[in-house]
Ligand binder design. Structure first.
Ligand code: ZN
Length: 316
């Protein structure tokens, strides 16, 4: 096989056969191998350096009621990588009609009555789709969602005067091209909207959604760090957003009761935040790893994993 070389500096490229882009190990230039898009669509969320990520982890561990009890906490490994994902704003129109049953108190009797509702509405949603075939973990998805929630600043990958050496991380291969990404994002948004409307009543009589505009389409590399640490003789992992060092996930020494409480918390989270979040959070499959960010999902994101107390109230 012919050896591929960097278009910019001529260094040999180590190309993953699945990947559509190869970032040069020497100069950081994005060499597009096979694709339906140009380098101007590619952006990077710059990562904090490794030492800052480590400090952020220790900071989070110190303020954690579980972890701060342990004296022997030690980080044994830290690895970071840029995960690629497609982001876009989709605009369109939804037309739907559905039925609900309304109950009215009439004297001592409760009367049920069918109501027919109809809505024509313009919609505008920001969505993202991981650009790899493997389903990312929910922690990685949280970091990818964080790019939208935090409006993280990005730099174009083609910008030459940036100090790329300082934040050099592995760039994971891009396996989904622009055309496929746009098609999947539109299909999945329509599916998500259909289930939103289905959840409004007992019967969805009519539903049609048309996406007429795709704007702000970008392929963004988002930095995700994974920290392996040892505490009380066992090892655990944490996942941090490389943009600001926020710890999105931490496996911890937990008692059985605590584990159960968390599980119930997660369950209640999908209940309180509606069917949309439940759909996106529970279905499995690459195409379903799209996350549609509506208000409820944003709320769920900021509530994060500390929902246990409020979840118990919800379930009471
Ligand atoms: Zn190069």
């Amino acid at each position: 096989m012919e050896e591929l070389r960097c278009m910019r500096c001529g260094a040999p490229l180590t190309v993953d056969p699945e990947s559509l882009i190869d970032i040069c190990d020497y100069c950081g230039y994005p060499n597009i191998i096979v694709s339906d898009f140009g380098p101007s669509l590619i952006h990077v969320v710059p990562s904090l350096p490794r030492s800052d990520v480590e400090n952020k982890f220790y900071e989070a561990a110190r303020s954690d009621p579980q972890l701060s009890k342990f004296r022997d906490l030690e980080v044994i490994e830290i690895t970071g990588a840029y995960h690629p994902a497609w982001y876009a704003s989709l605009k369109g129109t939804v037309t739907a009609s559905w039925q609900i049953t309304q109950y009215e108190q009439r004297g001592k009797r409760v009367v049920a009555r069918k109501a027919y509702l109809r809505e024509v509405k313009n919609i505008s949603r920001r969505v993202f789709l991981p650009a790899r075939r493997r389903i990312p973990s929910s922690a990685v998805r949280d970091v990818l969602a964080g790019y939208i929630v935090k409006s993280s600043k990005t730099i174009p990958l083609v910008q030459e005067d940036y100090e790329w050496e300082k934040i050099k991380l592995e760039f994971l291969g891009v396996e989904v091209g622009k055309g496929e990404a746009v098609r999947i994002m539109i299909d999945k948004l329509v599916d998500a909207l259909r289930s939103e409307y289905r959840a409004r009543g007992e019967k969805l009589d009519f539903f049609s959604a048309k996406v007429s505009e795709v704007t702000d389409l970008k392929l963004v590399y988002v930095p995700v760090w994974s920290v392996t640490y040892v505490v009380g003789g066992a090892s655990y992992t944490a996942v941090l957003d490389g943009y600001d060092g926020y710890c999105v996930y931490r496996s911890e020494p937990l008692t059985a009761t605590e584990r159960l409480a968390r599980m119930l918390g997660g369950l209640a989270l999908s209940m309180v935040s509606g069917s949309l979040f439940a759909t996106t959070a529970t279905v499995v499959g690459f195409e379903n790893s799209l996350l549609v960010l509506g208000g409820l999902t944003l709320a769920a994101y900021s509530i994060g994993r500390s929902i246990v107390e409020s979840a118990r109230v919800e379930r009471a």
